[in-house]
Design a protein around this ligand. Sequence first.
Ligand SMILES: Nc1ncnc2c1ncn2[C@@H]1O[C@H](COP(=O)(O)OP(=O)(O)O)[C@@H](O)[C@H]1O
Ligand SMILES: [Mg+2]
Length: 280
Amino acid sequence: MSCYKKGESIDYEKYLSNKEEFELDKEYQKEILERERKFLEELKTANEVFDKRTLMILFSILAGKHLSEYIGVINSGKEAVVLKARKGHLYRAVKIYRVATCDFKTMLKYLQGDPRLHIKRSSRRAIVNAWVEKEFRNLKRASSIINAPKARLRRENVLVMDFIGVRGDPAPKLKEVEIDWENAFKTVKDFMIKLYEEELVHGDLSEYNILVKEDEIYFIDFSQSVITQHPLANALLIRDCINICNFFKKKGINCNYKDLYKEITGKEINPIDEAMIKTL
Ligand SMILES: Nc1ncnc2c1ncn2[C@@H]1O[C@H](COP(=O)(O)OP(=O)(O)O)[C@@H](O)[C@H]1O
Ligand SMILES: [Mg+2]
């Protein structure tokens, strides 16, 4: 199957007419086709392009009744697009990695130190798939101990998780809200400690990857998370502590990254780990 190349667009009409039909009953097939058509329209309006394989995966998730409908784009980044979707009366978030523009060299660096994953092939797509599998597992582990979206389904470069928001509106980021900063800092620290106790380091923690839903803190985006045995875990944790302290200091909270690191790990920062931050 051909992959989407940068700049190439897909003739959706042609794609739909050639598409293999699912073996489903006629009424349901009609309903699904209508939803697909609506979704493709939506993508066109949002100027969003996915490769054919990704579209097939998205549609097979609809046909398999894992989701009822794709509603719209929440966020469109260089590496991933996050969609809002619905399953019955519940909203879901769907994170779709762009295979063509992912930084797969960096991905490989993080994947290689993870004993949970074995990459047999090293094609671009295989690396992205392993990356999404890692995020899926990290989310599962994280959401069982702290506030984080529950991972629901993973298919190749597509990950379905719980939607963090109120009545269909995605929750704002920590940087966009006004809350009790003392309490917020306590919670963030508590979540970092709990993750570490379960041998997980977020690795990309900042006011951008923390959402606030009805005054409750949620960590999201566990794509860079590593287990504590990973060779880069300490450096990533130091960087997380620096980012968090820099943000909370601006909010008037007395915060020092070295103390935060010690509270989380029970250890002092090793200067070699701190020097490694430059290589991340
Ligand atoms: N489960 C979710 N519920 C609601 N919004 C989400 C969810 N996951 C991601 N988002 C939104 O999409 C944005 C990008 O998602 P993120 O996982 O951080 O991807 P990226 O790797 O592009 O930073 C987030 O900043 C947030 O606004
Ligand atoms: Mg993010």
